[in-house]
Design a binder for this molecule. Structure first.
Ligand code: RAM
Length: 883
């Protein structure tokens, strides 16, 4: 609509009124949170049809999207004709695929959206967002550079280049990657605020590069680029056999800066033989052992202009281009998050100076220090103190987790490491000159940049601490890849742990980008026969693959991500891998029974110390394998249905039937008792629907009885634990589930909480009741697997459930199931449609529930002790019922 300015006063008033009406109607609905491939304004989009998502904000109840418009162009003003314009009826607002003309590489595209709702309101155009496409293989003109001769020094080499900018820059983009880790600087400033670039992938298959908008980084005239390389996962120590150089023995840098001047001309600055290299202050660094930094070796101004290269700056060598495939980074970067002040500095009984930060976290300590040149300060890291109150590091196995700083003696410096991270709550300080003060130390948590999406609180403070521990277990183990633990000489992408925790992870944080990236490596490192390695990226051996409950990550996480985020693309991308895994199992199964090969089984299940009485809850490993064979087949089948692969639906439906039959004849008596009479056995059989329907309830009774027989204690390990309470709830034993959850004595979820845990432990009894530790060989205090109970807490206590037929919380099931002695609970989830809330109280026999449903979504609400279903649209709702 075009307004022409009114000429009379009356006209002016009318005009103002009219504009007011227009504006308020425009404000009734708006769009925000625009993302491309799950990321905000990403710079390295490789996808030929990137997908756009947005959220609708509306104060009007029952709002859904009636139509949307997207425009996409080369300029932010859309002054030129848009390259792509869609005006489409429908309520699609999540992952809408681009289907305009072919996108060019290394190009910035601007886009925005506006929507109409079902009430006739139109939003304003959203703020303009952008994304940039990455480089095609043939766009790379830079050369890989490395130090001359053998790259045998533990130290981190510096690389530098000066160059001149003669004209005014319109735009400049840097594309950088490394074999090893890199930290890039332009004119004395670090590029980006992230760490551990280029991230960890299956380097032999693909190596990510990062993209930086460096338009404002350069000056007209002299400029300098400086880059430091670290060993990282590529060349540093990785895996538990003291293995080095796993991916290669030579660290190398690849950097290409593309500059466009305002006169339209272009220039490229590349890594090539004009670069120089020298040793810097980082004397050694690797992921497990930490870093040694000698400030006396700092080369002042090396990464800035006006620097005079001395004879110690040597020419670089050019590496033959490797076969590695370069890909744009698809997941989130890793950066600093929460900071913790030191709470307490104290002397341990052994006489050591130890600092407590109050939280087991992953990252590092920033240390302020000044002292005589050559003073060496050592910071060691530990998760716990022992029974006597001494600093305990035996559970780190061979990982040193130690940073050393050597002072240069001129002024106060703040030290932090570059290419390593530590898992710790306590640090031990040695060699500090003078008196150590609390303000000299700050711990900083470093993890992948995922927004917090979930909140969960209840009237029970121990349970709230458990939720806190689950979230910190996630933060510490989501450092570019999902790891088992972040502190000992392991820190690997253990597939079993990841599959157990993925659905909980998707409640707490925004993880689709994180898992999309990692799942590419699940496919990449899958063996030719379809078997899936124990760890991904696979840095152990090819033989270490194929365990049930671990390899099933290939089917479980893609499905979990699809349900939580509505991302069909993940299913499409992973379908081949899902299928290969199921076909692999079929290839080793005999008569539809998976009863061969190595399996971890129900890892770390309950086992009393002195088990003369035979209380250990041992579940037959092949019985477990068969249940996961069924489950993976079911996940594949689900994916085949979503993707419309009818032949596969038929094929795998009939396979699934055979798997279940084989399970029953091998493992169940006629009366329904299972071959292993353990909680995990019943849990897996019921969770994955292996038993004939008429045998299920009796099996659930056996499970409930088993829990009661153990005095309301769980006995499950990694595989049974995630589903234990789910199965109890599903078969009407909500009370038993609550008794387990709220159990405070060992083994239980709250036992570690009572023992002061601030993260989830690897074992139910990492610290035993007498204060002694479990075996130091395997006793991590930051392992997320048992945190998988979080999924049940959100679903049952808060009552926030996805509906897999309408994924991504487009349809939500709100069904809180109060229990235990809880008098209130509140859950919140930032979904791809917006915020879902469910919070309840019980007081004077009345259950009150407040629900929020985001625009363009709908919910079914089921109140406790009530089977009536209420269907609601978006908005805020209040319910009450007798309780
Ligand atoms: C341990 C890991 C991990 C587990 C495997 C089987 O080494 O810490 O948690 O998945 O073993």
């Amino acid at each position: 609509m075009k307004h022409s300015f009114p000429k009379t006063t009356a006209g002016l008033i009318l005009f103002m009124l009219f504009s007011f009406v227009i504006n308020t109607s425009a404000q009734k609905i708006s769009v925000n949170n625009l993302t491309v491939e799950h990321l905000t304004n990403p710079l390295s989009v490789d996808h030929p049809h990137p997908r756009f998502s947005w959220k609708i904000v509306s104060e009007i109840k029952n709002t859904s999207q009636a139509s949307y418009e997207i425009r996409l162009g080369n300029t932010a003003s859309f002054s030129k004709k848009a390259l792509w314009n869609v005006d489409q009826k429908g309520d699609e607002s999540v992952l809408v695929a681009y289907n305009g003309p072919e996108l060019s590489s290394k190009t910035k595209y601007f886009w925005q959206v506006r929507v109409k709702d079902n009430h006739g309101n139109t939003s304003a155009w959203s703020p303009v967002q952008y994304f940039q496409t990455g480089l095609k293989a043939s766009d790379w003109t830079a050369k890989w550079i490395a130090v001359e001769g053998r790259d045998s020094s533990l130290a981190s080499p510096l690389f530098r280049k000066d160059f001149e900018v003669k004209k005014t820059i319109r735009s400049a983009t840097a594309y950088i990657t490394a074999k090893g880790l890199y930290e890039a600087h332009i004119n004395g400033k670090k590029l980006g605020n992230h760490y551990f670039a280029p991230g960890w992938t299956s380097y032999k298959n693909h190596l990510q590069y990062q993209v930086y908008d460096v338009t404002k980084s350069f000056n007209k005239g002299e400029n300098t680029i400086g880059v430091i390389l670290g060993n990282g996962w590529y060349k540093g120590r990785i895996g538990f056999n003291n293995q080095h150089d796993f991916y290669g023995d030579t660290r190398a840098l690849l950097l290409q800066v593309e500059i466009e001047y305002t006169d339209g001309t272009k220039e490229v600055v590349n890594t090539d033989n004009s670069w120089k290299t020298a040793n810097g202050p980082i004397l050694s660094s690797n992921i497990y052992d930490g870093e040694t930094y000698d400030a006396r070796l700092e080369i002042s101004g090396w990464d800035n202009i006006k620097f005079k290269e001395t004879a110690s700056w040597k020419p670089v060598s050019i590496l033959e281009n490797g076969t590695e495939k370069l890909v744009g980074m698809s997941g989130p970067t890793v950066s600093k998050h929460e900071e913790f002040k030191a709470l307490k500095i104290f002397k341990t009984p052994a006489g050591e100076t130890v600092v407590d930060f109050g939280q087991n976290l992953v990252g590092w300590v920033m240390l302020k220090a000044k002292g005589p040149s050559g003073t060496k300060i050592t910071i060691s890291h530990a998760e716990v103190l022992d029974k006597a109150g001494n600093f305990y590091t035996t559970n780190l196995r061979s990982a040193k987790q130690q940073n050393n700083y050597i002072l240069k003696g001129e002024y106060e410096q703040v030290f932090e490491p570059h290419f390593t991270f530590q898992g710790f709550r306590y640090v031990k300080i040695q060699g500090f000159p003078g008196e150590l003060k609390l303000e000299d130390l700050t711990a900083v948590a470093v993890y992948s940049d995922m927004n917090a999406t979930g909140k969960f609180t209840t009237s029970n403070t121990l349970l709230n601490q458990l939720q806190h521990n689950i979230q910190w277990g996630q933060k510490g183990n989501f450092v570019d890849v999902p790891t088992d633990c972040p502190q000992r000489d392991e820190r690997l992408g253990w597939t079993g742990d990841a599959q157990a925790f993925a659905s909980t992870a998707a409640y707490n944080m925004d993880v689709p980008g994180f898992f999309t990236k990692w799942l590419k490596d699940v496919s990449a490192d899958q063996l030719p026969n379809g078997s899936v390695p124990f760890v991904v990226p696979n840095v152990i051996s090819e033989r270490d693959a194929g365990s049930s409950g671990w390899g099933d990550v290939a089917t479980i996480i893609p499905w979990d991500m699809y349900v939580a985020y509505g991302d069909k693309g993940i299913l499409e991308a992973q379908y081949g891998s899902m299928k290969k895994w199921v076909d692999y199992i079929s290839s080793v199964a005999k008569d539809n029974l998976w009863n061969s090969g190595f399996h971890f089984g129900d890892w770390l299940f309950y086992r009393p110390n002195d088990d003369n009485d035979g209380r250990a809850a041992v579940t037959d490993k092949y019985m477990i394998a068969q249940t996961f064979y069924a489950h993976s087949t079911q996940m594949l089948l689900n994916a085949a249905k979503v993707l419309g692969k009818t032949e596969d639906v038929e094929k795998y439906s009939s396979l699934l039937e055979k798997i279940k039959k084989a399970y029953v004849s091998e493992n169940m008596t006629e009366n329904g008792k299972l071959a292993s009479n353990t909680q995990t056995a019943y849990v897996l059989a019921l969770q994955f629907d292996l038993l004939p329907e008429n045998m299920r309830q009796q099996a659930a009774e056996r499970l409930a009885q088993n829990v009661r027989d153990y005095g309301n204690h769980l006995t499950t390990g990694f595989l049974g634990t995630p589903y234990l309470c789910h199965v109890l709830s599903r078969f009407g034993h909500q009370d038993v589930a609550y008794d387990l959850l709220l159990q405070e004595s060992y083994p239980s979820w709250l036992y570690p909480v009572k023992m002061g845990a601030t993260t989830i432990w690897e074992r139910w009894d990492g610290i035993k009741q007498d204060g002694s530790f479990q075996t130091a060989d395997m006793n991590s205090f930051n392992h997320y697997a048992y945190g998988a109970i979080g999924d049940w807490m959100y679903k049952n206590i808060a009552g926030i459930n996805p509906v897999s037929e309408t994924p991504g919380y487009k349809a939500i099931l709100i069904s809180p199931k109060p229990g235990g002695n809880l008098t209130s609970a509140s859950g919140e989830l930032e979904t791809v449609y917006g915020t879902v809330k469910s919070s309840w109280t019980i007081k004077d026999g009345v259950f009150k529930l407040d629900v929020t449903v985001p625009a363009n979504a709908k919910a079914t609400v089921i109140l406790p002790k009530n089977s009536k279903k209420e269907e609601i649209g978006s908005g805020n709702y209040h319910f009450e019922t007798k309780y």
